[in-house]
Design a protein around this ligand. Structure first.
Ligand code: CP
Length: 532
């Protein structure tokens, strides 16, 4: 039977379906039992024992747990461990991620473990290196494991966190009530939870953080879409007064290295609101457990060390679970385990192509065709983009039209105006005289920048073609698109040459496929504004 896991990458937590994660957790549980029972035969069933299997660690940010647990996990498998000395590598000569990893791919490396402050790097590399392998007729394409990318995700941490929550919930997937406490703005481990925790059926998440360190809206939206009940509190003290306190608390450290000057100045005050104190002990529910992805700061730990020897301590076992999780993950990707996994539900891949967003509509009866004017005269030949920003205020509509003109390069003769249409709502109209045609690609740009508008093609004073647009499900393949997250692999400032690509979210935002940042349809054309 084909092993569903072999050769896969784990760039974000959702790269493994809920069923696949549940399977992984059953294997971690088995392995831990085998180790505890010192059952060498049972442990051996997990081992790869493949002389061609190895991991290549490329860490461009510091790490102890992730790096060393992968190294020890690889040793369990008797596998080769390589490490790129990133501080003395050709990264320092301005080499791109793609060139660096293509080079290493050519040396028969199959699993890369990558940590970087650049977000979305693994998704980009998985694609790049697969193409490199194919054009160089290599027998296998490499897998990528995201060991933490900026503020984006830390999927293997998410796996071990989910496993540890389960362990403390008698392996019951029905309910999870967890408090996420700390720097929810910068912390990638809590961002992975927005999607990751959906392995549980009923999820309540209490977010405990001052406003400055609060969970970004995009992750809040995902949590709500996943059916989680979400409650917000600005400090531990306020949370403990709420009357509905979770037994499971997940702390994260203030990520000083990712904070701006203004927030750094207030770090003591912000840290105080998310640091557990002795006097809080009596207000915790019976059987509470604390977790932390670690490291914690030796001078300013949010879980103070006096708690280490109490029953609250779940973080030490959580850290140990990291190695078992990574042994099993490598076992799955290498194929020592996983061949008995049979999904009961097909993995649903979003099919963005199905949704149409440009509609050609019949121009009205020729005798009644609306006449658009060019100043005081009717337009003989040209285009009119109508119904722009219906209902917005005139200032917004003018800005919107200016963006449309830039994006579609509607330079030359013509004009823009704001008029009052139905129900006295304002709308924008752009007209351009001349023999102007719109290709499919230009129509797509129009839909992306002016959803809900109509485009009228006028010949001999008649509307001969009319299109209506809605927001496209995906936007890509345009040089002037840009993700506005300066840490994203596709942000032009990073110089990696990765074209931006967005997909539409349920609330009509555009999510970067690399870093997950949400944008309004005007923001994705950021590069256009810069060029002008
Ligand atoms: N939890 C975690 O990622 O720890 P390290 O930074 O030490 O790898």
């Amino acid at each position: 039977m084909k092993n569903a896991f072999v050769g896969r990458s784990l760039c974000v937590i959702e790269d493994f379906s809920i069923e696949e994660r549940q399977y992984l957790f059953s294997k971690i549980r088995e392995l831990k039992a085998a180790v505890r029972a010192e059952d060498l035969e049972a442990q051996q069933k997990f081992r790869l024992e493949d002389p061609n299997f190895g991991i290549y660690e490329v860490f461009l940010e510091d790490s102890t747990r992730t790096k060393e647990s992968f190294r020890n996990a690889a040793k369990f498998h008797h596998a080769k461990v390589s490490e790129l000395a990133t501080s003395s590598s050709s990264f320092n000569k301005g080499e791109s991620y793609a060139d660096t990893f293509n080079t290493l791919t050519g040396y028969s490396n199959k699993i890369f473990i990558v940590r970087s402050k650049v977000e979305g790097v693994c998704a980009h590399l998985a694609k790049e290196c697969a193409e490199f392998a194919n054009r160089n007729e290599l027998t296998k394409v490499p897998s990528f494991i995201n060991a933490g990318d900026g503020r984006h995700e830390h999927p293997t941490q998410e796996l071990l966190d989910e496993y540890t929550f389960l362990e403390d919930n008698d392996f019951n997937y029905d309910n999870l009530h967890v408090a996420l406490v700390g720097d929810l703005f910068h912390g990638r481990t809590v961002h992975s939870k927005a999607k990751g925790l959906s392995i549980f059926k009923n999820v309540t998440v209490d977010l405990v953080a001052p406003k400055e360190l609060g969970m970004p809206d995009s992750y809040l939206l995902i949590m709500k879409e996943n059916g989680f009940t979400v409650n917000l509190y600005s400090s531990i003290d306020e949370y403990l007064n709420s009357g509905n306190v979770a037994k499971q608390w997940y702390f994260t450290r203030p990520q000083l290295e990712r904070m701006g000057e203004q927030i750094l100045k207030r770090q003591d005050e912000l840290r105080a609101s998310i640091t557990f104190k002795k006097e809080f002990m009596d207000r915790l529910p019976e059987g509470s457990k604390f977790y932390h992805p670690l490291p914690r700061h030796k001078m300013f730990p949010t879980i103070p060390t006096f708690l280490d020897k109490t029953s609250l301590n779940g973080w030490e076992r959580q850290s140990i679970n990291g190695m078992y999780t990574r042994i099993c993950l490598l076992g799955l990707l290498g194929g020592s385990i996983g061949s008995d996994f049979i999904p009961t539900r097909p993995v649903v891949k979003e099919n963005f192509q199905d949704e149409e967003y440009i509609f050609e509509v019949e121009p009205k009866n020729a005798s009644k065709t609306k006449e658009y004017s060019e100043g005081v005269n009717p337009i003989s030949n040209g285009i009119v983009i109508d119904h722009i920003g219906v209902g917005d205020n005139p200032e917004e509509i003018r800005e919107h039209m200016s963006l449309i003109v830039k994006v579609l390069e509607l330079n030359g003769k013509g004009g823009e105006w704001v008029s009052q249409g139905k129900e006295d709502k304002y709308k924008g109209i752009i007209f351009r005289p001349g023999d102007i045609e719109f290709s499919r690609k230009e129509l797509k740009r129009l839909a992306a920048v002016a959803s809900g508008c109509t485009l009228n093609i006028i010949k001999n004073k008649k509307v001969v073609k009319k299109y209506r647009t809605t927001l496209p499900p995906r936007i890509y393949n345009f040089d002037d698109l840009a993700c506005t997250n300066e840490n994203c692999i596709s942000n032009p400032a990073n110089g990696e040459g990765v074209p931006a690509m967005f997909h539409k979210t349920s609330d009509n935002k555009y999510e970067c496929i690399y870093c997950g940042k949400n944008h309004s349809f005007t923001e994705i054309w950021n590069n256009v504004k810069k060029k002008n």
